[in-house]
Design a protein around this ligand. Structure first.
Ligand code: ADP
Ligand code: TZD
Length: 585
């Protein structure tokens, strides 16, 4: 802590005569920084301004990485992604009212995705806010944040900073991870206190994410249900990726021989090319399975709520591993809930299985293998085609090949068709290498996630972006250039939201709501800040530019021209549009 504690008894020649026993003091700025550092948090994602500008400067001086963004939502998304990747809460730092609100979407999204992050916002003084006297950027931020995150705290006194940050870290990481809001009023930063007392007030959080060991009877129940299965299936969700129990999860899958499906951010927990992956015959296994074991995946809309046509007519039993007991029975009855952390639950299952666990019936697994083969050769033909202009398949086949040669690269992915096709076409080979729109299907995570992935992992990042999706955070290409990050953004440019072919039926010169400027040159945006911009109209051009970007690590944006008639409205979730939903009824 001594590195940043300032001795306020400055030693100009005039005060040489003063007693040397004047106590060292510290202040709110330094206590916040030291509390974070004490808990091994070394990076802040944020955007400076009143009252936190000096905090950003002092954090940098104190050896923290301070990554400044162009919009707080992107800084917040970066913090969330850093939390998912590292199991440490990502920190987003913003100014008051509007900056706080800009960060709030990311905080709510992190909470929805079960990613640990802490949004720290400067705020106006309580005296003024509570009397609504109209301060600069005045807002009752704590009250607004509360319903949108896991926990929200405010610190009013410098001596409570240690406690405030400890509580925020523990709330973000323990149990089901999530977003935490920490409100720091402007006056707090300048408050001074005795340095030794300040040091003592800081807390290094012990065991912030305690293991939660499943009850032995719950383990037995789960194993009994699994034993009775004729057509078992394992579903891996992003909770399983977050848990970092990679070896045990792989051991469980390989020991049981059960086919598995990864949810999008669980891709790579086992390589997508694993013989037990049933991704290439997803609808078949979901409809036919008789016992489904969910590991860190919720039965929400992404899994059709566990019912309906997707899940077929055959009766099903679910086993669900989750750290949150209230997740159980959220949509359908769960026959065997297994509550605990994924690492402890999976190792308890492995121990309970002993040796000689029976493999699933061959007719189930060989039927899956046959369907997989058929679907994969159909897909291979689509991927090999080289239409002009490119379509989603031809462009994504290039990215698929690139990721195969650099399995350590992180893939960030958003859009509608761009997302849906990339999820099934681009194989992942290592855990936590895929970051995407998550539980909400939110656009705008792209550049924030890409920056965080590059900063946290130091590996190449390939951001696969619909042209609409990219627009939500596109200005952060400047941030990517400023920090010289190894990020290659590939914009799938089909001239609009979903596609670029809609027309305004009224004849008015305004274009249809889903249409953008035709033939836009997104590559010029990257060039504006000194990065590499490439306009790619063929798969070959895309391939060369991508290989070059990944090899050089230089900030690059490839404007990949995609047939504007390719794709469908809303990608694969067309059925959620009210009109199609009504027609189905
Ligand atoms: P996906 O979208 O990939 O299906 P979800 O976000 O719906 O995944 O589900 C993740 C689940 O994982 C959440 O219900 C969350 O409570 C759970 N989870 C997160 N971390 C852990 C952990 N360490 N141990 C157990 N469960 C966890
Ligand atoms: N706003 C936010 C924050 N999230 C959203 N999901 C949407 C709007 C709605 N939306 C989607 O669900 S996908 C999408 C929007 C606007 C963009 C689709 O167009 P794209 O992708 O160009 O990014 P494709 O590949 O061309 O379909």
């Amino acid at each position: 802590m001594s590195s940043v504690i300032e001795n306020r008894a400055t030693s100009t020649p005039q005060d040489m005569s003063k007693p040397t026993s004047v106590p060292e003091t510290t202040d709110g700025f330094h206590l916040v920084i030291e509390a974070l550092k004490l808990n091994d948090i070394d990076t802040i994602f944020g955007l400076p301004g009143i009252p936190i500008t000096d905090l950003t400067r002092k954090a940098q001086v104190a050896g923290m990485r301070m990554i400044s963004f162009r919009h707080e939502q992107n800084a917040g998304n970066a913090a969330a992604a850093a939390g998912f990747l590292t199991q440490k809460p990502g920190i987003c730092l913003t100014v008051s009212a509007p900056g706080f609100l800009n960060g709030l979407t990311a905080l709510a999204n992190a909470t929805t995705n079960c990613f640990p992050m802490i949004l720290i916002s400067g705020s106006s003084e309580r005296e003024i806010v509570d009397l609504q006297q109209g301060d600069y950027e005045e807002m009752d931020q704590l009250a607004i944040a509360k319903p949108l995150c896991k926990a929200a705290y405010r610190v009013l006194h410098a001596e409570d900073i240690g406690i405030g940050i400890a509580r925020a870290i523990r709330a973000a990481l323990s149990g089901r991870p999530g977003g935490v809001y920490l409100d720091l009023p402007a006056k707090l930063f300048a408050q001074t206190m005795d340095a030794a007392a300040g040091r003592k007030s800081l807390i290094k959080v012990v065991d912030p994410a305690p293991r939660q060991i499943p009850a032995p009877d719950a383990v037995k129940r789960a194993l009994d249900v699994l034993k009775g299965a004729k057509k078992p299936l394992i579903l891996l969700g992003k909770g399983a990726a977050y848990a970092q129990a990679d070896a045990d999860i792989r051991a469980l899958i390989e020991k049981t021989g059960i086919p598995y499906l990864p949810m999008s951010m669980a891709k790579g927990l086992l390589p997508d090319t694993h013989p037990q992956s049933a991704s290439a015959t997803r609808s078949h296994v979901l409809a036919e399975a008789d016992v489904v074991m969910l590991i860190g995946a919720r039965l929400n809309w992404l899994l059709s709520h566990g019912k309906g046509k997707t899940w077929g007519a055959a009766p099903k039993q679910f086993i669900q591993i989750d750290i949150s007991p209230t997740e159980i029975d959220s949509n359908v009855a769960i026959a065997a809930p297994l509550i605990g952390d994924i690492g402890s639950c999976v190792s308890a299952l492995l121990a309970g299985m002993g040796s000689g666990w029976a493999q699933p019936p061959a007719e189930w697994t060989s039927g899956i293998a046959e369907r997989k083969d058929k679907n994969q050769s159909k897909m291979a033909a689509q991927l090999a085609a080289r239409p002009s202009p490119m379509n989603f398949h031809s462009a994504l086949s290039v990215i698929r090949d690139q990721v195969k040669t650099r399995p350590d690269a992180v893939v960030v992915n958003e859009g509608a068709n761009t997302l849906d096709f990339a999820r099934s076409i681009v194989d992942m080979y290592e855990p936590r290498k895929r970051l995407d729109v998550g539980t909400w299907g939110i656009m705008g995570i792209g550049m924030g996630f890409a920056v965080a992935a590059a900063v946290v992992t130091g590996k190449p990042v390939i951001a696969i972006e619909g042209d609409s999706a990219f627009g939500f955070s596109g200005m952060e290409v400047e941030t990517i250039c400023r920090y010289n990050l190894p990020v290659c953004v590939v914009v799938f440019n089909n001239n609009g939201v979903y596609k670029g072919t809609d027309v305004n039926p009224t004849g008015h010169p305004d274009v249809a709501p889903t249409v953008f400027v035709k033939n836009a040159r997104y590559d010029k945006l990257m060039e504006a800040f000194g990065g590499v911009g490439v306009h790619a109209t063929t798969a070959d051009e895309l391939q060369r530019a991508l290989a070059e970007a990944v090899a050089s690590g230089r900030p690059t944006l490839i404007n990949a021209v995609i047939d504007e008639t390719a794709g469908t409205e809303s990608g694969r979730i067309t059925s959620l549009n009210p009109q199609s939903a009504a027609m189905k009824k």
